[in-house]
Write a protein that binds this ligand. Structure first.
Ligand SMILES: [Zn+2]
Length: 268
């Protein structure tokens, strides 16, 4: 059975989790191909905060929205700060940051909503996208987990907020762990390891005080610990750094790059 499928419509490419699609949840992890960015010409940068031309970013977003079948004007975004703050998206926040970075939800790394037809949109270039959906209570959550957010437990915190605010049962929640830098490529040093003492098993020593860090694995474990069924968690298993023709990689491109968008939306 397919688990994570690359899709294409009108020359826009994205990856999608089949178990979320089967549950009726619109989900897409964009690729970098075939956009109109200025910062990295010809790519589909979807973020307004990386020095790109705003009009071009909005055109890229409009094409991504059309391909997924969501409304670009209702994209709801947040200013991701590698923390663990989660925001519930109610009606007043619909469209935050959709056309102007100034209106994005401040200092937040995960969004939750019960509202149909509200496409949550977070931005990534190596960090780990965590897509959550409770098909029983019709609630979705989308989190951004770099190493700091991962160590701060953003995936587990988002699940806890879905329980607290929406009555979700963890055993009903489906999860996708999207394309992100893999344990094959993500080299870190002791300063990172010393701040992640609870996760030593996910650091593979390479000598010289360097380690390969498996962030996807830590997030997977966090979700199981939070009560999700292992069979409900699908890891795309794609390393952004090893596939920089398809994905932006902050590491591979020394920080001068665009951002993929991950969109999660309950159907309208
Ligand atoms: Zn890799």
């Amino acid at each position: 059975m397919q688990k994570f499928t690359l899709c294409q419509k009108d020359n826009i490419w994205w990856g999608s989790f089949d178990h979320l699609n089967r549950a009726g949840v619109i989900n897409g992890c964009s690729c970098r191909l075939h956009g109109e960015s200025k910062i990295v010409p010809g790519t589909l940068n979807l973020a307004l905060h990386v020095g790109d031309d705003r009009e071009l970013v909005l055109r890229n977003r409009a094409r991504f929205a059309r391909a997924l079948g969501v409304e670009a004007a209702r994209f709801t975004t947040c200013a991701q700060v590698h923390g663990s703050r989660v925001q519930m998206v109610e009606t007043a926040l619909i469209g935050s940051g959709a056309t102007d970075y100034a209106t994005t939800v401040a200092a937040t790394d995960a969004l939750i909503t019960r509202l149909p037809g509200v496409p949550l949109l977070l931005f990534y270039a190596d960090c780990v996208p965590i897509l959550l959906a409770d098909p029983v209570r019709k609630v979705i959550g989308l989190a951004h987990a770099g190493w700091r957010g991962t160590v701060a437990g953003i995936a587990a915190v988002t699940v806890a907020k879905m329980q607290e605010w929406c009555g979700c049962a963890p055993e009903d929640i489906l999860a996708g762990i999207g394309p992100s830098i893999g344990g094959c490529c993500y080299e870190v040093d002791d300063s990172v390891r010393s701040q992640a003492l609870a996760y030593q098993d996910f650091f593979q020593p390479r000598g010289g005080g360097k380690y390969l860090l498996n962030l996807q694995g830590i997030n997977q474990q966090q979700l199981v610990t939070a009560g999700l069924k292992a069979e409900h968690i699908v890891t795309a298993g794609i390393c952004t750094a090893a596939n920089k023709e398809l994905f932006f990689s902050y590491r591979q491109e020394q920080g001068h790059t665009g951002r993929m968008g991950v969109c999660l939306c309950l159907p309208a």
